[in-house]
Design a protein around this ligand. Structure first.
Ligand SMILES: [Zn+2]
Ligand SMILES: [Zn+2]
Length: 355
């Protein structure tokens, strides 16, 4: 057999990898490398700050800290994996429907504006700052849509039955981000299309041409930066706080973990994804004062079992329907249930009440 040069070996390996993974290119490898690298660096900082004992900071200990058996072998992680598979079946439909929706709304907006203002001169040259502002505006509007959908799913009892799938995670790993009901994904993307479509149409009309947001690694610049600042740790056991000042601007991984906490004082806080702005404006921002020990999941609802197609896909819809039609009482968001919880969890009279 002919000897291959190192270059030929590398080329063959890359070709095989591309054939195997269907279009995985070096570009994506670099993107993934950057995101994984920054996530690991931030996890290491968090580990040194909050977890490691001074005597045991070795690399193996760090690895054991990153991948604890108590998380990855937990039955909750197994449910995450099942929901990932279920969502894979629905995502092509959801993605194509919402992309189509955004396009239709954008062109309708642009055409409508053209009829109202027929003499508009669309000459505008995009510079660095105008592009940067546009990119930021897109990210802010997209984040507002995420915020609104998320908050509705917490506030309306029937919708909470659907969102409970995500909150039922008792341990969190980066897989938990995909632990959502397909209907939640569809609603979030549909509202995003409703808000982003007019914005894109307006930009298209005002400046005559599709304007691309600034991108880094092929993603909207803001989202790329978001992923470089530990977004992968939002669903994990690693407490990464940005500090009280920055957490009023951006939602840190620790703040999203607080959103998943079973503690009453953490309920319905930090709905945002990237920016803390919407939580701040609508009064749901929670900025931790320091490290907090958290327990994840839903308390007080014994009927939670979201494994398999029946549990993860069908049961939330049936429960949502029963709640919507008044045949079942919604669990967490109803005031009566909260009052009962507060009564049951109230400290004895002789002790000072918790804040
Ligand atoms: Zn939530
Ligand atoms: Zn979450």
């Amino acid at each position: 057999m002919k000897d291959l040069s190192p270059q030929e070996v590398l080329d063959t390996a890359l070709r095989n990898a591309e054939a195997l993974f269907g279009g995985v290119t070096l570009k994506y490898a670099v993107v993934i490398g950057v995101f994984v690298g920054t996530t690991l660096a931030l996890a290491w900082i968090a580990w040194r700050l909050h977890y490691v004992k001074r005597s045991a900071p070795g690399p193996m200990n760090f690895l054991r800290f990153l991948f604890p058996r108590s998380v990855y072998l937990h039955r909750s992680t197994w449910v995450d994996i099942q929901l990932i598979v279920i969502n894979q079946l629905f995502s092509p439909l959801t993605l194509s429907l919402t992309a189509l929706g955004t396009g239709v709304i954008a062109s309708a907006t642009s055409e409508g504006l053209g009829r109202i203002l027929p003499g508009h001169d669309p000459s505008f040259s995009w510079g660095l700052w105008s592009l940067l502002l546009f990119t930021l505006a897109l990210a802010l509007v997209s984040d507002l849509a995420t915020y609104v959908v998320h908050r509705l799913y917490h506030t309306i009892p029937a919708l909470w039955e659907i969102h409970k799938v995500h909150h039922s995670a008792e341990v969190m790993s980066p897989l938990t981000i995909f632990r959502i009901h397909p209907l939640y994904d569809l609603a979030a993307r549909a509202l995003k299309a409703l808000l982003m479509g007019p914005l894109q149409g307006l930009v298209f009309f005002a400046w005559a041409g599709p304007v691309d947001a600034m991108t880094a690694f092929g993603a909207n610049l803001v989202f790329a930066v978001f992923h470089m600042f530990g977004a992968g740790l939002r669903h994990s056991h690693v407490w990464l706080s940005y500090g009280p000042w920055l957490e009023r601007v951006f939602i840190s991984p620790a703040q999203h973990q607080i959103h998943h906490s079973v503690a009453r004082k953490h309920w319905d806080k930090n709905f945002g994804q990237i920016f803390a702005l919407w939580d701040w404006v609508f009064g749901s921002l929670y900025v931790p004062k320091g490290y907090e020990e958290l327990k994840f999941g839903i308390t007080g609802d014994p009927s939670v079992n979201f494994s398999g197609v029946a549990g993860g896909l069908v049961r939330p819809v049936v429960n949502g329907w029963l709640v919507a039609t008044g045949r079942r009482r919604g669990a967490r968001p109803t005031r009566a249930w909260r009052r009962r919880q507060e009564r049951e969890n109230a400290p004895p009279q002789s002790l000072p009440a918790e804040e």
